[in-house]
Design a protein around this ligand. Structure first.
Ligand code: G6P
Length: 472
């Protein structure tokens, strides 16, 4: 097999396999974030093709070498649905849903992480760079360093890292930190996430941390310094701007408004159907606004796109039932023949359709209870080339650190969420323009290219330092 100097390792490959066996680009946030970097570097991508029991040889796709890692049906259940999405996901999102700690899940997680590490080790060239992505693969950095001490290893954590008081629940808390410390640079979304991580290191290992550096004692008595720092992720802004400018996308936005009965205001929520996203809080606030007659169904419609996600995990099944019950009740109470309160769509859409929706929406509601970044907030801002529209943004989403001109909200405070939605609905055009222009400046300056460059620059500096010290 050919080797690559730059290798990304992620749970998922950046492609989906259709029923016909053909591969096409998958629309996920992580994929959108990394694909530009991959194309620039002629790299390889190690990941799972998304279906159980599928063994595939490495293949070329759109200028990248894709290296599939096979997962059995048991692996999917224990490593992906279990340990990744029923333990780490809820624990790292402040236990919004109770995490479950199962020893068999953990054993499979270790095993599968080893498989990813071995696949990466087999494809990366001597002295190359590997960039490991996200919480499904936290043990890979250490495993990879043991297999291939010649490599430079980065890790980026796309989701929050919790406070020590919560993290310490994890029965395998030391092993996971050791796994992550195998990387030269450990990237987080927010400064607070990096702080939580280094605090856990100090509590459990008593290692010295200075500025962003963690001093890790080595077996031979020397010290290796790993960097733990915030690198807030972003989106491919140009791609969204380009779509928003297309006449057919703008025509589609008008068509969407028309098909909803041309309400005065369209509110929009776009999320994976996940309990971290605060969809229930959003529906509660909107239902109460209708009930209080502070908004009228003839004037205001909420479009809620909730894309199917992790559908075999119990907490997600329950959430779907609750949301669909609530939507049904609100619509039953308030719909008229010509207007609906909530247009609920349990579907995923291509990017063009999403941009048309962003253009059609006067108010974007991001009410996450906890979210690493929330790229939807940035997609909305990037798409608003008319400098209009209002972003309501939860302070618990990473995006809140950068997007100060959004209307910030604590989604747990339903009273103030209602007030904020009403303020967004009635905001004068001049204020919308002032806020949106400032938001757009931030998003345009810090696009996904800037993100990956700053991470990879930090990684290159660590590599140069360790070469200078003769440790690599
Ligand atoms: C989040 C995670 C990603 C994950 C994505 C979709 O954004 O940070 O790692 O790929 O959700 O979830 P899924 O379980 O479908 O991969």
């Amino acid at each position: 097999m050919s080797t690559a100097e730059f290798v990304v390792v992620a749970n998922r490959l950046p492609v989906d396999r259709g029923a016909d066996g053909e591969f096409k680009h998958s629309p996920g946030g992580l994929v959108a974030a990394l694909e530009p970097v991959m194309k620039r570097t002629d790299g390889a991508w190690v990941g799972w093709a998304g279906q159980p029991d599928l063994t595939l040889d490495p293949f070329e796709f759109d200028g990248m070498l894709l290296v599939p890692v096979a997962l059995s049906a048991d692996d999917v259940e224990l490593y992906y649905e279990g340990m990744s999405n029923d333990t780490f996901w809820p624990l790292y999102h402040d236990v919004i849903s109770p995490p479950r700690y199962r020893r068999l899940w953990w054993e499979t997680y270790v095993e599968v992480n080893r498989r990813f590490a071995e696949a990466a080790a087999s494809v990366v060239s001597e002295g190359g760079t590997v960039w490991v992505q996200d919480y499904q693969l936290q043990l890979v950095p250490k495993m990879l360093r043991e297999l291939r001490p010649d490599l430079t290893i980065g890790y980026f954590h796309h989701i929050p890292f919790p406070a020590y008081g919560l993290y310490s629940q994890l029965p395998w808390r030391k092993q996971v930190l050791e796994g992550l410390m195998g990387a030269d640079v450990i990237g987080f979304q927010r400064v607070a996430d990096a702080g939580n991580f280094t605090r856990s290191i100090r509590r459990l290992f008593h290692y010295e941390t200075r500025a962003s550096g963690i001093r890790i004692p080595q077996e031979d008595g020397s010290t290796r310094v790993a960097l733990a720092k915030a690198f807030p992720i972003s989106i491919d802004v140009d791609a969204y701007v380009e779509l928003a400018r297309r006449p057919e996308v703008q025509a589609r936005a008008a068509e969407i408004r028309e098909s909803l009965g041309n309400p005065k205001r369209i509110l929009l929520g776009v999320d994976r159907l996940d309990y971290t996203k605060g969809i229930r809080h959003r529906l509660k606030a909107f239902g109460e606004l209708l009930h209080d007659e502070r908004v009228n169904v003839e004037d205001v419609t909420l479009v809620q796109v909730a894309s199917p996600s992790r559908e075999r995990v119990e907490a997600y099944m329950q959430l779907r039932d609750e949301i669909e019950l609530t939507v049904g009740r609100i619509n039953g109470d308030f719909d008229t023949m010509g207007h609906t309160a909530i247009r609920y769509l349990h579907q995923g859409y291509p990017r063009e359709e999403m941009v048309a929706l962003y253009l059609a929406a006067d108010v974007m509601l991001v009410t996450a209870l906890r979210d690493g970044m929330n790229l939807v907030a940035k997609e909305y801002v990037a798409s608003r080339i008319d400098n209009r529209g209002v972003l309501v943004l939860s302070e618990f989403a990473g995006a809140a650190d950068e997007l100060g001109m959004a209307l910030r909200v604590n989604p747990h405070d339903i009273g103030s969420l209602k007030d904020t939605i009403e303020r967004a609905i009635t905001m004068p055009g001049a204020e919308q323009g002032r806020r949106m222009r400032s938001l757009r400046r931030r998003v345009i300056e810090n696009d996904v290219d800037a993100w990956s460059r700053s991470f990879l620059d930090a990684l290159a500096r660590v590599r140069a330092d360790s070469r200078a010290q003769g440790t690599r």
